[in-house]
Design a binder for this molecule. Structure first.
Ligand code: GSH
Length: 209
């Protein structure tokens, strides 16, 4: 097994899918978390391909871009999907979740409180229900929705969904968002019951996002 070092801020955000992959696969890695000040020094080092984090070091080689990192780990750990078609289906779920995250991000970075509320309402009334209905249908289309998004075992699509669904409880102050989507809600609970994932979620550093 290579020596893995995952570098990010002390946040779940863009690194958590990769951390969940390490946890689910039971693979050791160094979970490096920089404070903002340390990051400025790191950034100036020129060792970050896009001057941003997360990055993953694999035996000293650096990969940037959160989804590229997570996809690589999923491939390495056999959690990317079986056939190329399954891999594409897992990617599709991850990309759809990325669309929702982008919509939510607009809200987080909005300074004007009235606009923030407007975006939040749109997310809760339109974006999330639209995407979550589609995701629930996709889940149901695979073994009736009582397993995982793709194939018959956990892929990074499930973990991306798990990481994302935390944002709802924490950031949208809308813990009930999943109530309208019983299969997605049950998937979240099923994932949280997996011993490796459960252990990571219970012991990981507690952060706002
Ligand atoms: N597309 C990149 C975006 C990375 C990104 O925006 N990173 C932010 C933190 S979430 C960052 O490093 N900000 C500090 C900086 O730009 O100096 C990815 O998905 O990894």
């Amino acid at each position: 097994m290579p020596a893995y070092k995952l570098k990010y801020f002390n946040l779940r955000a863009r690194a958590e899918v990769s951390r969940l992959l390490f946890a689910a696969a039971g693979v050791d890695y160094e979970d490096v978390r920089y404070e903002s000040e340390q990051w400025q020094t790191e950034k100036a080092s020129g060792n970050y391909p896009f001057g941003q984090m997360p990055v993953l070091e694999v035996d000293g080689e650096t990969i940037a871009q959160s989804n590229s990192i997570a996809r690589y780990l999923a491939l390495e750990f056999g959690m990317a999907g079986g056939s190329n078609l399954e891999k594409a289906k897992a990617d599709m779920v991850v990309d759809a979740i990325g669309d929702v995250t982008n919509a939510l991000k607009e809200m987080w970075f909005q300074k004007d409180e009235a606009k923030k509320t407007e975006i939040r309402d749109k997310c809760l009334k339109e974006t999330i229900p639209t995407y979550f209905s589609a995701l629930e249908k996709l889940l149901i289309s695979n073994n009736g929705g009582d397993g995982f998004f793709v194939g018959d075992k956990i892929t990074w699509a499930d973990l991306a969904f798990l990481a994302h669904s935390d944002y709802h409880a924490d950031q949208m102050k809308a813990a009930g968002t999943l109530e309208a989507f019983p299969k997605l809600k049950a998937l979240r609970e099923r994932l949280l019951e997996q011993p490796n994932i459960k252990k990571w979620v219970e012991t990981r550093p507690k952060t706002d996002i």
